[in-house]
Design a protein around this ligand. Structure first.
Ligand code: FAD
Length: 276
């Protein structure tokens, strides 16, 4: 089910402090949707970073006061985009997403202007090949980075591995990657540098399995004709559940790669896609 409501409103000014206007909303499944917001001119961020976003909560029963209900969200749009894009889960009974999933064009979403995060190109030392490894909504920071010209200036080869339970959950990433080939801004830079490796764990699809298994048993390398992980040539960015992050970290460290950070760039970086 892909249902789209595209920009039809005039540019309006938000009323809430730090709020931005919803420009479009796309629903992918009962559990996933994306949306685009106006971007404050003053908001500068590096592709791959996250911000706190949210809505006003319900009024307090005693005081009647409303407080913002905020959660961490990766910015899925690149740093040059004039709008902000987010890709979101819909958690049934989730304090924020049970409401956020109902936003419509023209509504307001609070965006706190303090971007942070470790999934930035500057946290890694230069090399030949970049692996992006994501599960579920963990593809959001890579949706940003895959649209950043800097990525293709720094790396000869980019491998986007995305694992979900079902095929429909891959659609946001698949559509985005398909659109890059003809993107007037970066299409030529992307060329044949970007390789997409989607896998499912539950529903039947051309490639099934957890990415950790496919890396460990050599399937990923065989499918894409890649050499074993090597600290000289390979860099990785990982965004998924705690379990995925821990497993990939082990694979990286076993291959001799060191974890990097903003202050000490190295060979791989990891960020949680959610707390749970
Ligand atoms: C650094 C960081 C970046 C994040 N970026 C994103 C993002 O780009 N998109 C996004 O949808 N969420 C993202 N999250 C998760 C987000 O902060 C919220 O948890 C999510 O929006 C649900 O909010 P909630 O209030 O409805 O439920 P919460 O009370 O926050 O979560 C309820 C439970 O739902 C599960 N859950 C929450 N988020 C997810 C998720 N994304 N995928 C699978 N299970 C989940 C967890 O088990 C969690 O305990 C990020 C979290 C962190 C720490």
């Amino acid at each position: 089910m892909t249902e789209q409501s595209v920009v039809t409103t005039e540019k309006a000014k938000p009323v809430l402090p730090d709020a931005q206007i919803v420009k479009s909303v796309t629903h992918y499944t009962d559990h996933l949707f994306s949306f685009r917001l106006s971007r404050p001119q003053s908001l500068r961020f590096r592709s791959g970073e996250f911000v706190m976003i949210g809505l006003m909560g319900d009024p307090d029963e005693k005081t009647g006061k409303q407080r913002p209900l905020l959660r961490a969200y990766s910015i899925a749009s690149p740093s040059w985009d004039e709008e902000l894009e987010f890709y979101s889960i819909k958690v049934q009974d989730g304090p924020l997403t049970s409401k956020l999933q109902n936003i419509k064009v023209g509504d307001e979403v609070i965006v706190r202007p303090k971007p942070v995060g470790t999934l930035v190109l500057d946290a890694l030392l230069p090399a030949k090949r970049m692996y992006f490894i994501a599960t579920g909504t963990g593809i959001a920071p890579f949706a940003s980075l895959m649209r950043d010209p800097d990525l293709y200036e720094r790396y000869d080869e980019v491998i986007m591995c995305h694992t979900c339970r079902e095929v429909a959950e891959l659609k946001y990433g698949a559509d985005l990657i398909a659109s890059l080939a003809t993107d007037p801004l970066i299409g030529e830079m992307v060329g044949d540098k970007l390789k997409y490796y989607p896998t499912t764990t539950r529903e039947e699809s051309p490639k099934m399995g957890r990415i950790t298994t496919l890396m460990k048993d050599g399937t990923l390398a065989a499918d894409l004709g890649l050499p074993p992980l090597n600290p000289e040539t390979d860099r990785l960015m990982v965004c998924g559940s705690m379990g995925l992050n821990t497993d990939i970290k082990e694979i990286c460290e076993a291959a001799g790669l060191t974890e990097g950070s903003n202050s000490a760039p190295a060979e791989f970086v990891v960020e949680k896609a959610f707390v749970g």
